[in-house]
Ligand binder design. Structure first.
Ligand code: AHG
Ligand code: MN
Ligand code: MN
Length: 342
């Protein structure tokens, strides 16, 4: 053990880091910083609920279905309430899009300059079995004037307009990873101090990797190109890794290099994942870390959202792997176009 390390300062807290970053933007008013701190606060509360979920009857199903027709877990509902409350109290956000609410949520903060899209709890099928879960968020500046509630135009901006995005992974340790468009930084939670500390400064993702992550149980539903790409991964000797929590699968691949895919299937032609509060945030982060994200053809952040709960296929991770997968998908697209022209 290097004893000199014990003499080092305790490290940079998330709050201090956010404050310092704000100084880099001379005209910043501090509202975005406050908003990020509000999210971090809710995260600590959600982390506490998750950690004791086995003890206080908050694991398991809530007895309701959300807008996607998926069974809500109690922790989905709790996390949703916690984040909405923090954003409402914080005052910087006028409107929220949440996986758990069909309509946009008006916070009542009509002077708020920001809109947040959030998946309060991602990977909820893993809650009851002690497997990593997460939270995903995107932040946009509203386009309508302040003084009124946010509207659809504010909520349906393309991913390129995100001003910040991040995720929290509740895993073997709890981490928050975010970007404001100037690189990606990761913070690890120290529960005894109740603080996030900078642990992963300036994350960059490897250009290539040897992990592929997708639900191969759906392979009967894959297109020919998709099946061919999975065969290619096997021929390359890649390892298959699939947790079934997008945040956890993404986080591993971001650090180690790899590709995560949730493709279109015959049953679900737009895949499963949601553009506004799953795909765009991770796309912004991966690009800021030097990686790539698309729906197999179009850059994720350039997809035009038509609805708040819209789904899209997701190919995300190391640039070389995503580009290779896109090559396979392009053959399929060209064949379909040729067939349509006949
Ligand atoms: P959520 O819990 O927010 O509804 O998200 C579940 C998502 C995502 O986390 C995960 O990668 C994917 O569903 C897993 O889907 P399959 O079970 O179809 O593989
Ligand atoms: Mn999710
Ligand atoms: Mn969710």
């Amino acid at each position: 053990m290097d004893h000199n390390k014990l003499a080092l300062p305790v490290g940079t807290t998330l709050d201090r880091f956010i404050m310092r970053k704000q100084e880099d933007f001379p005209y910043a008013t501090g509202e975005l910083s406050q908003l990020l701190r509000d999210i971090a606060l809710a995260t600590k509360i959600v982390n506490r609920e998750i950690n004791r979920s086995g003890l206080i009857d908050i694991a398991g199903a809530y007895g309701n279905r959300n807008v996607q027709g998926e069974e809500q877990q109690k922790l989905d509902v709790i996390a949703n309430i916690r984040f909405i409350r923090a954003l409402r109290n914080g005052g910087e956000v006028c409107t929220i899009i949440s996986e758990e609410d069909e309509e946009m949520i008006q916070t009542g903060n009509v002077q708020g300059k920001y809109v947040v899209a959030i998946d309060p709890l991602d990977g909820s099928s893993n809650i009851d079995v002690n497997v990593s879960i997460g939270t995903i968020f995107s932040i946009y500046r509203r386009v309508s004037p302040t003084g009124n509630e946010g509207n659809e135009q504010d909520c349906l901006q393309t991913g390129t307009h995100q001003v910040a995005a991040g995720y929290v992974i509740y895993g073997s340790s709890t981490m928050m990873v975010y970007t404001t468009g100037n690189g990606v930084n990761g913070f690890t939670y120290e529960p005894s101090l109740g603080e996030f500390f900078l642990s992963h400064p300036q994350i960059t993702t490897p250009k290539t990797g040897a992990i592929y992550s997708l639900n191969e149980g759906n392979s009967n539903e894959f297109s020919e190109a998709m099946t061919a790409y999975v065969d290619h991964c096997k021929q390359q000797g890649y390892s298959a890794r699939y947790i079934g929590s997008l945040v956890a699968d993404f986080h591993r691949n971001l650090l180690k290099g790899g590709i995560y895919i949730y493709p279109a299937t015959k049953k679900a032609p737009n895949g499963k994942l949601r553009l506004m509060y799953e795909c765009n945030a991770l796309a912004f982060i991966v690009e800021q870390a030097g990686g790539k994200s698309s729906d197999g053809r179009t850059r994720t952040m350039e997809l035009e959202p038509k609805g708040m709960h819209e789904r899209c296929p997701l190919f995300i991770g190391s640039t070389e792997l995503v580009e290779k997968a896109e090559e396979f998908m392009a053959r399929e697209y060209e064949a379909a176009t040729a067939a349509a022209l006949k």
